[in-house]
Design a protein around this ligand. Structure first.
Ligand SMILES: Cc1ncc(COP(=O)(O)O)c(C=O)c1O
Length: 360
């Protein structure tokens, strides 16, 4: 490595360890906010047998809040918080969780439009959030996204714009569009100069770790290993932060990525944010080639391991889960694929997160 490259890497490292990327969630806020609405219900924690009588805890996000993925906790919460912040800057008064259904707040929200690109669940969560709180949403899709998904978005009242051949191109269009409008860009990844909205999304995800903690604490039965799949790393970062901060018994944490998109693993290896290249993966929602800098910041300071899984491993993990009545996709099953590949000791009590259902 040339000395110039080393200096650039060190500077990059300083950037993502910069305190603007520090994750300090208000854990009570998503609980108060989401629980105030009938759409919220806790996702089930199941115990299934997976191999020679071994059991695994399965946090089943496949039907979360009728959206069908864990993403609902982040997108819906972030929409509410961003409406609330705008209200505060206009009226100098904070909104309480129950205030969002009042006519004055709904009228105020109807003038706010949220914009994002989506390869699936994030767009649904933002569209649903806008729909619940009376705001508007514009969701950019790449031309490869099926029309059935556009229809689901439109059912939430979102405007759908097809743009570009890849997810990255649709992201770029959403960013460009938001720059020349007053609309609010609500992306789920963080980069230099864009931190606050993805931070709120990750704050929303903390409710998942809290639901888990409450169950494990109640039964005093804690997992020994947590397998969490990652795209840009928002879920893995949020969960890792919460586990290391307030779980009484500390598990090993293993971050699972597709072989085609190991951006967190490669970033950890070189202590610098790395954009990877690779083929398309069947784990579409995890097929992110660039990490979130908030996630890197958390993972760099936490004790975690990384593992990649192949498309075939993720597919067969999804099939195994279906035999246990958990119906998911390769993206949703990737943590479970990681568990099978990692092969923890016989007395281990692993936890996996099944992050989405089959309906996209
Ligand atoms: C089903 C599913 N699983 C996992 C992930 C990964 O989440 P993150 O991009 O926060 O790492 C996503 C992201 O969209 C997803 O939709």
């Amino acid at each position: 490595m040339s000395s110039q490259l080393r200096i650039e890497n060190m500077l990059d490292k300083i950037i993502y360890l910069n305190k603007s990327f520090n994750f300090k969630p208000n854990v009570e806020a998503p609980k108060a906010m989401l629980k105030a609405y009938p759409i919220y219900s806790e996702s089930p924690l199941k115990l299934i047998s997976f191999d020679k009588g071994n059991h695994v805890f399965v946090k089943d996000e496949t039907e979360r809040m009728n959206i069908g993925s864990f993403k609902a906790t982040g997108g819906i919460y972030a929409v509410a918080q961003l409406i609330s912040r705008k209200w505060y800057s206009m009226y100098g008064k904070a909104l309480r969780p129950g205030d969002f259904h009042t006519p004055s707040v709904k009228k105020f929200a109807s003038n706010i439009t949220f914009v994002c690109a989506s390869a699936g669940n994030h767009g649904l969560a933002v569209a649903a959030g806008a729909n619940i709180f009376g705001a508007k949403a514009i969701i950019y899709l790449s031309n490869s996204v099926p029309n059935s998904f556009a229809l689901r978005l439109e059912n939430y009242g979102a405007e759908v714009v097809y743009s570009g051949g890849t997810y990255e191109q649709s992201c770029q269009t959403a960013i460009e569009y938001s720059k020349c409008s007053d609309d609010v860009l609500l992306a789920d990844s963080a980069w230099i100069g864009y931190v606050d909205p993805p931070m709120l999304i990750m704050e929303g995800y903390t409710i998942i770790a809290e639901e888990l903690r409450e169950k494990f604490e109640y039964n005093n039965n804690w997992p020994t290993h947590v397998f969490v799949q990652a795209g840009v790393g928002g879920l893995a970062g949020s969960l890792t932060h919460m586990i290391r901060m307030n779980w009484k018994k500390q598990p090993k944490i293993i971050v699972i990525e597709p072989e085609a998109a190991p951006c967190l693993l490669e970033s950890a290896k070189s202590s610098t944010p790395v954009a990877v290249t690779g083929p398309l993966s069947n784990m579409g929602r995890l097929d992110c080639k660039e990490p979130s800098l908030i996630a890197l910041n958390i993972l760099a300071k936490s004790d975690v391991e990384y593992l990649t899984v192949s498309d075939g491993e993720a597919m067969s993990a999804a099939q195994k889960l279906a035999e246990n009545e958990v119906h998911t996709t390769p993206s949703g099953a990737a943590g479970f694929a990681g568990l099978i590949k990692y092969n923890p000791p016989i007395n281990a009590q692993p936890l996996v997160i099944i992050t989405e259902g089959v309906l996209l």
